[in-house]
Design a protein around this ligand. Structure first.
Ligand SMILES: [Zn+2]
Length: 320
C-alpha cells in the first residue's frame, strides 16, 4: 500500500491539487484542477473537493499522510491566512485547522510563492543540483521565495521576498502599498497592464509584446522597461543571498523565449560591464521553470514533511 501527500495550489481562479508519493515528492501521481469559489467558505469547500477527487483518482487503500496548501496572502506559523484579497478573504481564516479537522490528517499552509520555491528546489534536486534557490515569481505582482541550503526561508515578519515593493523610481507612480515607484509597477503583469492598457482578446502581456514586435514605439518602451527591471530584480536577489540558482516562474513567464531570450542577452551584456559584474554570473545562475511544472502544488505537498536533518551525514547525496 502506498502513501501520499496532497499539495494544493490555491489561486484566485483555480485550485490545482496533486498527490505525490511520500518517497517521490517530485512526481505527481494524480492531478485535479477546479475553479475556485472565493470567500472563506468557498475556498475551504473548493480545497476539500479537490482532495476528495484526488483520493478517488488513487488506487483503493492508498494512505493519505498529510495535506499542504500554498495560497496567495500572509500566512502565520499557525497556518492562519490573512489579507488574501484575490480570494475575497479579508478576515483571518484558520485554513490549516479547517483542512486538518475535515480530513483528519495533519495539514500545513504556506504562502504560494514560498510553496513554489520549495517546488523549484525539488525540481533542481531532480536535475542533480543543490537545493539553493531564489524563485522569482513574475505574475500579476512580483515576489520571491527562498530555499537556501535546503531550507525554506519563512521570514520573521511575513515579508520574505516582497521585493516587488522596493521603491526604485523616486518620482514614480503611487503603488497599492502606499509607496511610490515600486519595482512591481514595472516588472510584473500589473506593471505591463498599467503602462499598456489593453482590453482585447488574449492575455495582456502577449498583446504588448506583439505590439512591440510590430514596431509600436510605446510598446517597445514598456517591454524594454519591464526587461530592465526584471534584470534588476535578478541582480537584487543575487547580491542579497547569492543563491546557486534563480528560477523564474509566474504568469508573465508563459511568454517563454520572448522574455527569456532578451532577458538573458541583457544579463550577458551586463556581465561585460566590469569584472565584478561578470562575477555575479547572472546569466549562468538564472533558469526558467518549465511552464507545466506544478511547483507550488508539489512544494505545498513536500512542505508537509518534516525538514531533512542538517547533520553532515544527513546531507543528501547531491552535496558530494
Ligand atoms: Zn508597492
Amino acid at each position: 500500500m502506498s502513501a501520499v501527500r496532497i499539495g494544493l495550489d490555491i489561486g484566485g481562479t483555480k485550485v490545482h491539487g496533486i498527490a505525490a508519493d511520500v518517497d517521490r515528492p517530485d512526481e505527481a501521481l494524480a492531478q485535479v484542477r477546479t475553479p475556485t469559489v472565493v470567500g472563506p467558505a468557498g475556498v475551504v469547500a473548493t480545497a476539500l473537493e479537490v482532495v476528495e477527487r484526488l483520493i478517488d483518482a488513487l488506487p483503493r487503500g492508498t494512505e493519505l499522510v498529510a495535506v499542504g496548501a500554498g495560497i496567495p496572502g500572509a500566512v502565520d506559523d499557525d497556518g492562519v491566512l490573512s489579507n488574501a484579497v484575490n480570494l475575497a478573504i479579508t478576515e483571518p481564516l484558520d485554513l490549516r485547522g479547517a483542512l486538518a479537522r475535515a480530513l483528519a490528517v495533519p495539514a500545513t499552509v504556506n504562502n504560494d510563492v514560498n510553496a513554489a520555491a520549495r517546488g523549484a528546489a525539488t525540481w533542481l534536486r531532480s536535475r542533480g543540483e543543490a537545493e539553493d534557490v531564489a524563485l522569482l515569481s513574475v505574475g500579476t505582482g512580483l515576489a520571491a521565495g527562498f530555499v537556501l541550503d535546503g531550507r525554506m526561508r519563512r521570514g520573521a515578519y511575513g515579508l520574505v521576498g516582497e521585493i516587488g515593493h522596493l521603491a526604485v523610481v523616486a518620482d514614480g507612480p503611487r503603488c497599492s502599498c502606499g509607496q511610490h515607484g515600486c519595482l512591481e509597477l514595472y516588472a510584473s503583469g500589473r506593471g505591463l497592464a498599467r503602462q499598456w492598457p489593453y482590453d482585447g482578446p488574449g492575455p495582456q502581456p502577449v498583446a504588448v509584446f506583439d505590439a512591440a514586435d510590430a514596431g509600436d514605439q510605446q510598446a517597445v518602451a514598456v517591454r524594454d522597461t519591464f526587461l530592465h527591471w526584471l534584470a534588476e530584480a535578478i541582480r537584487i536577489l543575487t547580491l542579497s543571498v547569492d543563491p546557486a540558482r534563480i528560477v523564474l516562474t509566474g504568469g508573465v513567464m508563459r511568454l517563454g523565449s520572448r522574455v527569456v531570450d532578451p532577458l538573458f542577452a541583457q544579463l550577458g551584456c551586463d556581465a561585460s560591464a566590469s569584472a565584478f559584474a561578470a562575477s555575479m554570473r547572472l546569466r549562468e545562475r538564472t533558469l526558467a521553470l518549465p511552464t507545466d511544472y506544478p511547483a507550488a502544488a508539489l512544494g505545498a505537498a513536500e512542505l508537509t514533511a518534516p525538514p531533512a536533518p542538517r547533520t553532515p551525514e544527513g546531507d543528501p547525496a547531491w552535496r558530494s
